[in-house]
Design a protein around this ligand. Structure first.
Ligand code: PLP
Length: 400
């Protein structure tokens, strides 16, 4: 079997700019001219290949990035959005309507959780939140009304691993979609190759990697992407979470260094996770043998890019977590900030930030403790120096 190599897919893209530039020209128009009224009609009907009608539908710059991300995920097509949530919400609303049902992992990004728990019931869509690592529970939750299984490859913030190949077998058995948010593991995991039908990213994170914009993408079959953009009933076209052309051009440039960055994020995170665990602190990282899905994940990943840059530690109380994060920021070890994929380390306490949408009792059930700190490990050249600084902070605060 030919091994899928996502970084090669990006490397092999060849675009010639309008004037022969090595970068495609940035399209700076919201609307487009037609030489004949008939072509305009055909374009609205979706029958005029190569013609643009209006930039909420698509633009040349967005199509370049669509193509690159579809190549990276090995899907037929893709559609970028103004944010990860723009990609997630339009996918869900495209697939589900009144009386439909979704089975989702209970540990997912807080915004997605809130959308499924609080927002979609307004449209008559119900959701069952399950432990995604328990395949029996997932299958039991499926009803004749279920339209999709939704999960994150590596979940935010608990770093649970979704067994995409097994989930895809379940989805196929019931004729439903498997939608995977791959934000935490670009290049490392290729969900489409493991059987997912739709792959989503918040581009805000690793793919853009410079914390200067939000963005998202849906990678899927040509038919699904066309349906999202349909002028009569497409969620992307009608809800309008469109990415701006200037942004798609800048994200495209950052995408080209993703493979180098992911290797460094993963290398640094593995080193820190191993060292911190040795200090006796509860550390969760999919590359540690103590992670419950270590063997599964090792088989899922493209080892060149490692186990990713996300890890958590538990310092037992919110008070200690806050003190440690403030001290680490003070020592310039990184920033007390949400989000991930930056060159500097970012840390936050998910219970009171990115997962605060999840009610306290649910947080407890899923093991999201008060003292949990989520780290997005940076690109530090000397990670040993970083570890020494981190250790000093922990000693000063009596954590170790
Ligand atoms: N998916 C995951 C796993 C995330 O962590 C986030 C944001 O933190 C999102 C989706 C939402 O993306 P955005 O903030 O770009 O809308």
């Amino acid at each position: 079997m030919k091994i899928f190599k996502p970084a090669d897919q990006i490397q092999d893209l060849q675009y010639f700019g309008e004037f022969g530039g090595v970068n495609p020209s940035i399209s700076d128009s919201s609307t487009y001219t037609f030489l004949s009224a008939k072509t305009m009609f055909d374009t609205f009907e979706g029958n005029a290949e190569g013609c643009y009608l209006y930039s909420r539908h698509s633009s040349p710059s967005n199509l370049y990035l669509d193509k690159a991300l579809a190549a990276m995920e090995g899907t037929e097509a893709a559609n970028v959005a103004a944010s990860g949530m723009g990609a997630i919400t339009s996918t869900i609303l495209q697939l589900c309507g009144n009386e439909d049902h979704i089975v989702t992992s209970r540990t997912i990004y807080g915004g997605t959780y809130a959308f499924l728990k609080n927002f979609v019931p307004k449209f008559g869509i119900q959701t069952s939140f399950v432990d995604i690592t328990n395949l029996e529970l997932v299958e039991q939750a499926i009803t004749p009304k279920t339209k999709m299984i939704y999960c994150e490859t590596v979940s935010n913030p608990l770093l649970e691993i979704a067994d995409i190949a097994s989930l895809s077998r379940i989805a196929q058995k019931y004729g439903i979609e498997l939608v995977v948010d791959n934000t935490f593991s670009p290049l490392s995991v290729s969900p489409k190759q493991l059987g997912a039908s739709i792959v989503i990213h918040s581009l805000t994170k690793y793919i853009n990697g410079s914390s200067d914009t939000v963005g998202g993408v849906v990678c899927a079959s040509q038919a699904f992407i066309d349906s999202l953009k349909n002028v009569n009933n497409g969620a992307s076209m009608l809800l309008g979470p469109t990415m701006d052309s200037l942004r798609s051009a800048s994200i495209m440039k950052n995408l080209r260094t993703l493979h180098i960055r992911m290797k460094q994020h993963s290398k640094n995170a593995l080193f820190l996770a191993e060292q911190i665990e040795k200090l006796g602190i509860k550390t969760v990282y999919p590359g540690l043998k103590s992670h419950p899905s270590y063997d599964l994940y090792k088989n899922m990943i493209n080892e060149n890019y490692g186990f990713g840059g996300m890890m958590t530690i538990d310092v037992k109380s919110l008070e200690k977590a806050n003190e440690l994060m403030e001290l680490m920021q003070d020592r310039n070890l990184g920033y007390l900030a949400v989000s991930l994929g930056f060159y500097k380390t970012l840390f936050s306490a998910p219970g009171t930030s990115t997962s605060s949408e999840i009610p306290m009792e649910e947080q407890e059930k899923m093991g999201l403790t008060d003292g949990l700190i989520r780290f997005s490990i940076g690109l530090d050249d000397d990670i040993f120096r970083t570890f020494e600084m981190m250790k000093t902070c922990m000693v000063e605060l009596g954590i170790i």
